[in-house]
Each structure stands twice: as structure tokens, then as C-alpha cells.
Design a protein around this ligand. Structure first.
Ligand code: AMP
Length: 186
């Protein structure tokens, strides 16, 4: 199973990606997590991406695409994967298309999780208090939502037109949402 999980910040992509990862026994790959890990460990990559994450801006495509390409080529990704937080703009869609063509592994579905802006803001505020993520300040949260609406939301139309899009309500019990996603994939 090869899946994308898409939706705005705070909609629960990470939570659902990790449940789907267990269900299908495939890795959940989050570009945001990869960047945060490198930031925390102050690697070369971490230093390069710090300013973008701090400002809530997208990391340059070249860097992001090459990270995803390397990750998809790893052994544990042979039988499938869930990509969380990638692609995030039209040029990343093209880059992913090229990677998958090269690997000869087509995408199965794109799951779009949906929630109202007010719900997203509430959840992100809560997460900021719990996890202390440096990019969960009110200004950066606002910026990230704007970037999502402008750059990423239009990508759903692309996957819809390819007949790959499955939309699921992201508000409710975590396990119920997970069940709905799984049912919509069969
Ligand atoms: P996330 O946890 O997915 O919200 O990602 C946190 C931050 O990492 C984003 O605000 C961006 O700065 C960066 N990031 C994550 N994924 C991508 C991507 N596909 N393209 C560019 N930047 C990304």
C-alpha cells in the first residue's frame, strides 16, 4: 500500500499516519519529523533547514525532494509507505511522480483529512502547550496555515482528477477516523 496523507496542520495527519503504519505494516514517513530530528541533532541538514522551519516556510524543493527520494529507496519502503507532509506544492508533486515512475511503484491512494480552521487552531494551540514545538507559536501557526491553503490545498484537485483522492472527516474519535480511512481504501 502506497499512500499520501494530506490535510492542514493540526488535522491529525501524524496520528493517523502512525495508526495506518501499524495496520498495513509499512513505514510512515514524515518530512516534518525528518527535519525536526535533524534540527534537534544539529546536523548539517538541520542547520540548513532551521530558518525555514522557524518561519513556517517551506524548505526548498531540491532539498526536500532529495530527502524523500533517499528515504523511499530504503529497504523498509519496498512494500509500501505512507507519506505525511509531502508533497506540499505542485513542483513536489512532479518530483514524486518522477520518483515513483523510476521505482515502478505507483501511488494507491491519497487520503485528505478535513477539519474547520477553528478546530485546527485549537488543536495546534494545545500541541504547542504539550510539546513546545518552536514552530507552534501563533504567528508561525498562522503562516503555516496560509502556506497550506495557498500551496498545498490546490494539490487535492490534482489527485482528485486522477481518481486517487479519498476525503475523510478529521473531527471525531481517533479510532473511528482511522476505521473510516481504512474502509475508504478498500
Ligand atoms: P510538518 O510537521 O509537516 O508541519 O512540517 C514542519 C515544517 O517542516 C514545515 O513548516 C516546513 O518548514 C517543513 N516541511 C515539512 N515538509 C515539507 C515539505 N514537503 N516541503 C517543504 N517543507 C517541508
Amino acid at each position: 500500500m502506497r499512500l499520501l496523507i494530506m490535510g492542514p496542520q493540526g488535522v491529525g495527519k501524524g496520528t493517523q499516519a502512525s495508526l495506518l503504519s501499524k495496520h498495513f505494516n509499512i513505514p510512515a514517513i514524515s518530512t516534518g519529523d525528518i527535519f525536526r530530528f535533524n534540527l534537534k541533532n544539529q546536523t548539517e541538514l538541520g542547520k540548513k533547514v532551521q530558518a525555514y522551519l522557524d518561519r513556517g516556510e517551506l524548505v526548498p524543493d531540491e532539498l526536500t525532494n532529495s530527502i524523500v527520494k533517499d528515504r523511499l529507496a530504503q529497504d523498509d519502503a519496498k512494500n509500501g509507505w505512507i507519506l505525511d507532509g509531502y508533497p506540499r506544492n505542485a513542483s513536489q508533486v512532479q518530483a514524486l511522480d518522477a520518483m515513483l515512475e523510476e521505482l515502478e511503484t505507483p501511488l494507491d491512494h491519497v487520503v485528505a483529512l478535513e477539519a474547520a480552521r477553528s478546530v485546527l487552531l485549537e488543536r495546534m494551540k494545545k500541541r504547542a502547550a504539550e510539546e513546545g514545538r518552536s514552530d507552534d507559536t501563533p504567528e508561525v501557526i498562522e503562516k503555516r496555515l496560509q502556506t497550506y491553503e495557498k500551496e498545498t490545498a490546490p494539490l487535492l484537485d490534482i489527485y482528485e482528477s486522477r481518481g486517487q483522492l479519498v476525503s475523510v472527516n478529521g473531527v471525531g474519535e481517533i479510532n473511528d477516523i482511522n476505521q473510516q480511512i481504512i474502509e475508504s481504501l478498500s
